[in-house]
Design a protein around this ligand. Structure first.
Ligand code: NAI
Length: 330
């Protein structure tokens, strides 16, 4: 099938070309993101392959349909950027990669927690300059701390298992209670007691209308003073301005984020010689107890191999009229 990639980087073409050896797709790669100005570039392509910050709202989908596009293949798990209702109305199918490597994101979550706690990023710079002073580097034992996980799906569960290995007490909340939570030793609880009892809170639920700004002024006020907040899921789970106020008051003592509500204008690009216009983001960067990574939690070779293989299989299934195992519907 003729497939046009939007927002593609060298690592995408490397992994997709390798995986395509067992398929016969014709893959073309564009660096530009998908939006209302670029949708026309898909003329003559049966499928487009998009990523987390591409725009696939009703207007863009209509433009794609006019070009002859019949399949939207997401090379990621989240699908909050696609208007599924509009796709259905236009007779377009949407497929995604529901699971690739939950370890990639769960392990990055731990990287954020450990770096914020033990300040290895600051220690690295100090030691390079011959500064071996320990002032300001004091952390705490993770062993015995209570960690609250919101969302106990694939990534949440792997995160819970790792944290149990550190000797943490793990509280968890999800809209659905499943038997495996008990087996892992997660104490299933409601949100208010998770907020009230957790030393660290980490978000692993999808972005939906129900979870939009789940972390806001009112919920932050229910948390333990000095809490550590980690978000590797989606930026808009968190009201950034409310978090900034809580960082200033000390209610939040550490913040680790791999995602940001307005990341589409920033992440995945080298903007080092430009003036960044987002004042909220720049305020976040100014805190020494905030650690930001640019949506890299998924970025392991294992995950990329898996993403490429599953995406190309999704496209082959569509082309050959097979059941679409990884279809997302409204
Ligand atoms: P999953 O679908 O396996 O698990 C999501 C869990 O959240 C499910 O158990 C679901 O019941 C629960 N949930 C849904 N609505 C909820 C609500 N209102 N409150 C609490 N829980 C709720 O998804 P998976 O693979 O664990 O991924 C989780 C999220 O991680 C994705 O939605 C995506 O946004 C994010 N992600 C981030 C990546 C990164 O590179 N930073 C990479 C991959 C995923």
């Amino acid at each position: 099938m003729n497939v046009l990639f939007f927002s593609s980087k060298v690592y995408d073409s490397t992994f997709f070309n390798a995986a395509n050896k067992s398929h016969q797709h014709k893959l073309s790669y564009l660096e530009v993101p998908l939006n209302k100005n670029t949708a026309v570039l898909a003329n003559g392509y049966g499928a487009v392959c998009i990523f987390v910050n591409d725009t696939a709202n009703a207007e863009v989908l209509r433009l794609l349909a006019e070009q002859g596009v019949k399949l939207i293949a997401l090379r990621c798990a989240g699908f909050n950027n696609v208007d599924l209702g509009a796709a259905a109305e236009l007779g377009m199918k949407v497929v995604r990669v529901p699971a690739y490597s939950p370890y990639s994101v769960a392990e990055h979550t731990l990287a954020l927690i450990l770096t914020l706690n033990r300040k290895t990023h600051r220690a690295y710079n100090r030691v390079k300059e011959g500064n071996f002073a320990l002032n300001g580097l004091m952390g705490f034992d993770l062993n015995g701390k209570t960690v609250g996980l919101i969302g106990l799906g694939k990534i949440g569960l792997v995160t819970a298992k790792i944290l149990k290995g550190f000797g943490c007490r793990v509280l968890g909340y999800d809209i659905e209670k499943r038997g495996e939570f008990d087996e892992i030793g997660i104490e299933f609880t409601d949100l208010s007691s998770l907020y009230a009892n957790s030393d660290i809170i980490s978000l692993h639920c999808p972005l939906t209308p129900q979870t939009h700004h789940i972390i806001k002024k009112e919920t932050i006020a229910q948390m333990k003073p000095g809490v550590m907040l980690i978000n590797t899921s989606r930026g808009a789970l968190v009201d950034t301005k409310a978090v900034i106020a809580a960082l200033k008051s000390g209610q939040i003592k550490y913040l680790g984020i791999d995602v940001y509500e307005e990341e589409a204008d920033l992440f995945f690009e080298d903007l080092s010689d430009r003036v960044i216009q987002d004042d909220v983001f720049m305020r976040l960067l100014s805190f020494n107890n905030v650690l930001i990574t640019g949506h890299q939690a998924f970025f392991t070779s294992n995950a990329l191999e898996s993403i490429a293989g599953i995406t190309l299989q999704n496209i082959a299934d569509f082309e050959q009229g097979r059941q679409l195992e990884n279809e997302v519907k409204a």
